[in-house]
Design a protein around this ligand. Sequence first.
Ligand code: ADP
Length: 431
Amino acid sequence: MFSEFKQKIVKDYTRLTGILLLSVSLVIYIAGSYMSYKEQMQQIQMLAVEESEELYYKLVDTDISDVSIDENFTDMAPDYFSRIFIYGYDINHTPFLQHNNLSWSQPYIDDIISSGKMNYHQVYFHFKLVDNRHPKAFITMRYPLFKGAQSVGEVYVGMEVTHWLREQVRILFALLFTVLFSMIFVYFIAHKMAEKAMVPVVKSFEQQKQFIANASHELRTPLSIIMSGMTVLKSYDDNKLSNFSQDIVNDISDESVKMKKLIDNLLLSTRSDNNTLKVNPVKFALKDIIIKSYNKFTLLAAEKNISISLQNLPEISQLTLFADVNQIEQILAILIDNAIKYTDENGSITISVETVHRRIFISVTDTGKGISAEDLPHIFERFYRAEKSRTHYGNGLGLSIAKMLAQKNHGDITVVSQENKGSCFSLVLNR
Ligand code: ADP
């Protein structure tokens, strides 16, 4: 029970820390990438400004067809020089200038230029898969050329940034790997912390459990004495007790039975928690146990005028099970008792058996008050009572015990219920 809770704390803490780490890392990454992209943009803008200024002065006394920019590249770093391209066109779109060391880029640049989608003075980012295999990235800029005040052509400058993009992807993967690695680290730290934090809780829970076990045990003897005293008093010559005294004896007797049931259930729960509950599987005929359980409750059902019936019994006449017969009986008793308790007068209850492959479904279906969707996920929790009005006697232990016993016998209990329509509880066992 606590290990599940601890696991949940550890998972939640790790998830939360992971989300936080990832968000912070991504924000820093995006900011860093954006800044370095801006640097790339500034580089190309500077190149464009330098080129346009140089060409502007050249065009003062030279014709556009004689313009060259060779001398401009001599002072550039070779690495930078090999990554840039410059294309010049006159007003008739005739090329007068072409510098391009990037052999792969020609068709893409032609495409971009002929599409006419680039505005002047804006930087554009392009990503292409060359030969469907090699990712290439480059940024471009377009600017107009003037001779004096007259427009005489335009120039496209571009720069390959594949290397920069690769670097960004590498950083991103390194970041994700670091976050993942940190999460593994955080998981172990959270595990240790949760373990430490749980120590006082587990200790106090153990003390409570011990107290319940001791108290239930100690209450058994006085209760047995009260119950046997009541049995003696009831069998006492009726004439010697006034009607009032008889009523009191009957009340005490009824309440003692309820108290015994509660104490037995508490002891059973603590035994299950301490793993001291024994399961003694034997081979038995399922039909006999179902009839026995049915017979036990016919009187109780009749008191509320509830019809109780058995279904499909002939089909299972040969069916035998290997399980703890007393515990299976106890589960059926809890389910049938609940069905009677939570069904109004004149309702009906059906006990049916169905086999699907190697599984057996023993179902108790009632036409009672049903369970709301809100309560349904909790009804198997210890001490949980969907019925807050407390019109029916109960302590919220029955279903948790039934489920625990079913699981001890390698089975389970499932439920389908609709408010104000009824419920169907099935004990599922393996053949
Ligand atoms: P108890 O009956 O003592 O309250 P249980 O553990 O047996 O405790 O049941 C838990 C809750 O589930 C009950 O309080 C009741 O609200 C709901 N419940 C159980 N069986 C039925 C049923 N057949 N029909 C409607 N509600 C049910």
